[in-house]
Write a protein that binds this ligand. Structure first.
Ligand code: ADE
Length: 239
């Protein structure tokens, strides 16, 4: 998979080359390109923004600069991802969909956003997704790209040491993951739940499912509403 990012703050994307993503690059599983949007400006000030039509605060990023940048970076096999608080929610399901793509291009806007015609134009040649990583406002799309890239790359075959980790994630069965424990058996007077030391795997699986249900009920009841049809009779007694 190839990931390209266009931004006015290329240095902000350095962490893409660290830790899990860095190892995936070293092992040839992904390729990453970070591009400075200002490389496609031609004026002395290297301006990337201008005042908004219709007035109002802030500045809007110019279509000419973005148009040329995307012409240079995208191909006919790209999917364009635009992080914006006005986008559709980025979820684990979207991460799984992106993990199937050959080429993701992230366009990081700053200020009040990018001229809408940039996306309307690109959409004639490739899928374009405006996506939000949560209901809060960041200063720009760069931090959102770091979040999305990590969520996607860890799903690629060979990236995680143990692929079962990705299958057991919170959200992979629609529930939050329950608590985990390791040695010692008792720590500061707190004992590991007996069932986990029982060696009875059917009981352990049932207990883990119950914990996941309870945690989801308390922390994210909205997730349970979506799962309602898949809960069995025992699940319902837990809730
Ligand atoms: N840019 C600014 N805020 C954002 C958010 N919540 N998600 C994605 N991109 C953003």
């Amino acid at each position: 998979m190839k990931l390209d990012v266009v931004t006015i703050f290329p240095e902000y994307l350095q962490p893409l080359r660290a830790a899990l993503l860095g190892r995936a690059i070293d092992r040839g599983l992904i390729e990453i390109g970070v591009h400075d949007l200002r490389d496609w400006t031609y004026d002395v000030h290297r301006a990337v923004d201008d005042a908004p039509y219709g007035g109002g605060p802030g500045m809007v990023m110019k279509p000419q600069v973005w148009g040329e940048a995307l012409d240079a970076v995208c191909t006919d096999r790209s999917r364009l991802v635009v992080p914006t608080p006005a986008g559709r929610p980025f979820t684990q399901a979207v991460a799984r969909e992106y993990a199937e793509q050959e080429h993701l291009v992230f366009a990081c806007g700053r200020y009040e956003g990018i001229d809408q015609r940039v996306f309307d134009d690109a959409a004639q040649r490739m899928p374009v997704d405006e996506v939000s990583i949560g209901d809060y406002v960041l200063v720009g799309g760069e931090a959102a790209v770091l979040v999305m890239a990590e969520a996607v790359v860890r799903l690629l075959p060979g990236v995680l040491g143990n692929p079962v980790s990705a299958e057991q994630d919170s959200f992979s069965d629609g529930l939050l993951e329950g608590p985990s424990f390791t040695r010692p058996e008792v720590w500061r007077d707190l004992a590991v739940p007996e069932v986990l030391r029982s060696g009875n795997h059917a009981r352990i699986d049932r207990w883990r499912r119950d914990q996941a249900l309870e945690r989801t009920f308390h922390r994210r009841p909205d997730l349970l509403d979506r799962l309602a049809d898949e809960l069995d009779a025992h699940d319902r007694t837990v809730l």
